[in-house]
Design a protein. Structure first.
Length: 178
């Protein structure tokens, strides 16, 4: 728990159900899609906007909410002569991966698409087999870590996409970027 999560903890501590508290943080379409996009490695405002097709004001508000809730951390970077900020997953934000995977499984099972390109696949990169759950690989039995998890979304690309790693120490990353 970093200092950035204090806002969310303070605001929602009177809700006893953890699903309710999670829903207060995660239960919004754009918030979930921003987390999905950050999980596949995007960090910059214009990249989120391009991938999501979301209006600037909505995107800015959701990013600010995710920073306040401690799921993203704002890290400065140099762009030509200017300092801009990018948004990196914190450990709490990275920990939304099982939520996204559960949504993917539920969505494949209970919703339909007219897109013909085939279902999303989640693979264990070590053995190349499909992951049925987010923890142990049913094929090789290994405990599957985040960096052994890849997504294939055939409607976008046949190439596997790696999971972004969380910023271990936001200050350290900021110092390195300065
Ligand atoms: Zn495996």
């Amino acid at each position: 728990m970093g200092g950035g999560s204090m806002t969310a903890e303070a605001a929602y501590r009177d809700v006893p159900c953890p699903i309710g508290r999670a829903a207060d943080v995660l239960g919004d379409r754009w918030t979930l899609l921003i987390l999905r996009t950050a999980t596949t490695g995007e960090t910059r405002f214009d990249r989120f906007r391009a991938e999501l097709g979301v209006a600037d004001n909505i995107l800015a508000a959701r990013l600010a909410k995710l920073v306040a809730a401690g799921l993203l951390t704002k890290v400065p970077y140099r762009d030509g002569g200017r300092t801009r900020h990018e948004y990196r997953l914190t450990p709490a934000g990275a920990d939304a991966l099982p939520v996204l995977l559960a949504m993917a499984r539920w969505g494949e099972r209970h919703t339909r698409t007219t897109d013909p390109s085939g279902p999303m696949r989640v693979l264990h990169s070590v053995c190349g087999q499909a992951l049925a759950s987010g923890e142990y690989c049913a094929h090789c039995g290994r405990l599957v870590t985040r960096d052994e998890t890849v997504w294939i979304r055939p409607w976008r690309s046949p190439e596997p996409v790696a999971m972004a790693q969380p910023a271990v120490d936001a200050q350290g990353v900021a110092d390195g970027a300065a």
